[in-house]
Design a binder for this molecule. Structure first.
Ligand code: GDP
Ligand code: MG
Length: 303
């Protein structure tokens, strides 16, 4: 007589943490096969917790993409670090992302010390292995293993995809038995408006590089579907902290904001799968990143 063995369905929450620019958003987008988290070469772009849902035959993984962890003194900075560790206190598994071409550094000690106090097991993901020679990996893995009792250590290239499938298997194996919490075709539970606003903000940061610092927030003011024309009409405001920044975002004769709008529209059309009419306004909200009120206004609330 035989009994059929079925592998249990697993599910749980996984926080992705690491210093800015290690590739957290790139990894999440690669796993989901879709652009949810914005990625740029600039640090600090990810500010809010983003829930990515990955459903497989054997289970469902719910990802949180946390803000980059680093020490800083401004209210926005402190808020982001608090959010990152708060995200870790409530999960089944923490993925700590580091870069393969970075020596094991002091910045990671700070993160490991904090994570060591939590109760969730921690897996180490060594990203950007495309940037180092293969023989450099083993010593690096060894150095990390001596520092912390990681549940697993997995090298990947989030950009190229190498090792990512294996990582997903290892992550799933580390989750408890549980049901699917979301329908299997759902990739995120963030509202479309939020993702649209993030896509616009990404283009502002991309095109303006260092001219306008991080005090850019985007609010979608209206989102109107016109199914008979297969069109979505979106009006959004780009908030800056200073009058002088307004002129930069607008550009000569409005050329910059038009260019931002065109690139953002293409991204949004791809995401929504429909034609989009996008209208952007630039508004000044004086020094919003310096005040608790300003932070709340743009959605950076505490718990
Ligand atoms: P985050 O701040 O941790 O979310 O980092 P991002 O995902 O925004 O990535 C920061 C930068 O690193 C971007 O320019 C990515 O294209 C780049 N990047 C991410 N993963 C890899 C990788 O596996 N290899 C290489 N060479 N670059 C990567
Ligand atoms: Mg990011």
């Amino acid at each position: 007589m035989t009994t059929t063995e079925t592998t249990p369905f697993r599910s749980g929450f996984v926080a992705i943490v690491g210093r800015p620019n290690v590739g957290k958003s790139t990894l999440l987008n690669r796993i989901l096969g879709q652009k949810i988290a914005i990625t740029t070469a600039k640090p600090q772009t990810t500010r809010n917790r983003i829930l990515g849902i990955h459903t497989l035959a054997g289970g469902q993984i719910l990802f949180l993409d946390t803000p980059g962890i680093h020490r800083g003194k401004s209210p926005l900075n402190r808020f982001m670090v608090e959010q990152a560790f708060a995200a870790c206190s409530d999960v089944d598994l923490v993925l700590l992302l580091v870069e393969a071409d970075d020596p094991v550094g002091g910045g990671d000690d700070f993160i490991l010390e904090q994570l060591g106090r939590g109760r969730a097991p921690v897996m180490l993901v060594i990203n950007k292995i495309d940037k180092v020679r293969p023989e450099a990996l083993l010593p690096l893995i060894d150095a990390y293993r001596r520092r912390f009792a990681f549940k697993a250590i997995v090298p990947v290239s989030a950009l190229g995809g190498e090792g990512v499938e294996r990582l997903v298997e290892v992550v799933l194996g580390g989750l408890p038995e549980g049901p699917a919490y979301y329908p299997e075709d759902m990739v995120t539970d963030l509202p479309e408006r939020f993702i649209v606003a993030e896509m616009i903000r990404e283009q502002v940061l991309n095109k303006l590089r260092d001219e306008v610092p991080y005090g850019v927030a985007v609010e979608v003011e209206s989102f109107t579907e016109k199914p008979e024309q297969e069109l979505v009409v979106i009006q959004a405001a780009v908030f800056v902290e200073k009058d002088s920044h307004k002129g930069i975002v607008l550009g000569k004769g409005g050329a910059m904001i038009r260019s931002i709008g065109q690139s953002a529209r293409k991204e949004i059309e791809r995401f929504l799968g429909t034609r989009v009419y996008l209208e952007l306004f630039v508004k000044v909200q004086k020094d919003w990143t310096a005040s608790e009120r300003g932070l709340r206004r743009f959605g950076y609330h505490g718990k």
